[in-house]
Design a protein around this ligand. Structure first.
Ligand code: N2P
Length: 385
């Protein structure tokens, strides 16, 4: 709890204590006596449509919400920010809650595609970490629209067993990004499979970062430079993947540009499947790219009350902790901290240590022109042109 919340809580206790068993003080003559407002009745149909990333919600969470509230949830998934954005831009999505990354949420807020929250309906917002909410103001200046779902980072994930075998006498590089961007390594790893996330706004920022440019550059010349680097490894990339967990756990890829939690999920899945291979998310020496994924209510949502109810439900400490415990992504919910399992809390590729956190590249956003330049550069690279 921050100091303001503490002092609020304390004064509430003091006031409650004062009132007990005392003669009621005479009310000041002119005190306005307002009738307590009747609790608003939720007249919405009992439906909620959610659009989120795959492999991001603990099993049973939706069922628990449905059981408690009688609200039927339709839960769909999208694989990239681009896919979600295209839906929001086209309008009439039918979705109530969407979960964009902040890189896209900023222009979505500016474009009126997300609606402001009614914070009076989300008391559990008080559970959120003020430091994370402070970070989110870069995308959502007054914290009016976005509530953190989870955060994580884009990094290099490997099947260590297979990578070491494929590299032979070549030692692991100092900078893990070399494994996916440097021909000296990619030429050796192509045999066991290199996979990239299939999205311009996942790959181009990482490529820019690798060549020493601003990961969120708005300068088209930087994209040309990134392409030059990428072109040299194109022939070694086996997969552009939207099913990374399966691809890593199932052995289609031994090295990937992937999201931290997904690599950890793949590691767990491989173990369940009795594989002896060790799968790990690496912490590149030059830093990985942080992302924040956030819940927001889409413009024109037909079930805003149910959406607020779900957001508040998700923000209960036990639910936020369940997400971290089962999906291997850190939560922005401070009140959940003591409910995180020790093996998750101590995994330095989930909750990274502060020294590494300081090295990571925080998210920013792009102008529309830059996004277009990026998509063009990415498609050119993908097509091998
Ligand atoms: C999917 C997690 C999405 C993280 N499992 C990237 N925004």
């Amino acid at each position: 709890m921050n100091k303001y919340l503490w002092s609020f809580a304390l004064s509430a206790v003091v006031l409650a204590g004062c009132g007990k068993k005392e003669e009621p003080a005479p009310a000041p003559a002119a005190a306005p006596v307002a009738a307590a407002p009747a609790a608003p009745v939720n007249t919405e149909e009992k439906v909620l449509n959610i659009y989120n990333w795959p492999d991001y919600i603990p099993e049973g969470m939706i069922a628990a919400f449905e059981k408690e509230t009688g609200i039927k949830v339709n839960y769909d998934t999208f694989e990239t920010n681009e896919a979600l954005n295209a839906k929001l831009v086209a309008g009439n999505t039918g979705y109530d809650i969407v979960v964009p990354g902040t890189v896209f949420a900023k222009p979505q807020i500016e474009g009126g595609l997300l609606q402001p929250l009614d914070k009076s309906k989300i008391p559990n917002l008080a559970n959120l970490d003020p430091a994370i909410m402070g970070t989110l103001t870069k995308a959502d200046p007054e914290n009016k629209h976005l509530v953190p779902w989870a955060w994580g980072f884009t990094t290099v994930g490997i099947n260590k067993t297979k990578v070491e075998k494929a590299l032979g006498k070549t030692p692991m590089p100092e900078n893990a990004w070399d494994l996916v961007f440097k021909p000296e390594y990619t030429s050796k790893l192509r045999s066991c499979g290199i996979a990239y996330l299939d999205s311009p706004t996942e790959i181009m920022p990482v490529a820019l970062h690798y060549i020493g440019k601003d990961a969120y550059s708005n300068n088209p010349a930087d994209y040309a430079a990134a392409n030059e680097m990428l072109a040299k490894v194109r022939k070694d990339v086996r997969l552009f993947s939207s099913t990374m967990i399966d691809d890593i756990a199932g052995g289609k890829a031994c090295v990937a540009i992937a999201w931290s939690g997904d690599v950890n999920i793949a590691a767990g899945r491989a173990k369940e499947n009795k594989s002896k291979d060790e799968i790990v998310a690496l912490l590149p020496s030059t830093g990985a790219l942080i992302f924040f994924d956030t819940m927001a209510i889409a413009k024109g949502a037909k079930h805003p009350n149910n959406a607020h109810a779900f957001i508040d439900f998700y923000l209960r400490p036990e639910n936020a902790a369940l997400m971290s415990n089962e999906m291997s992504y850190p939560t922005g919910n401070k009140a959940a901290t003591d409910k995180i399992k020790p093996e998750i809390a101590s995994n330095k590729t989930i909750f990274v240590e502060s020294a590494y956190f300081a090295k990571m590249i925080p998210p920013s956003s792009f102008t529309n022109e830059a996004r277009e330049a990026m998509a063009n550069a990415y498609n050119k690279f993908k097509q091998g042109k």
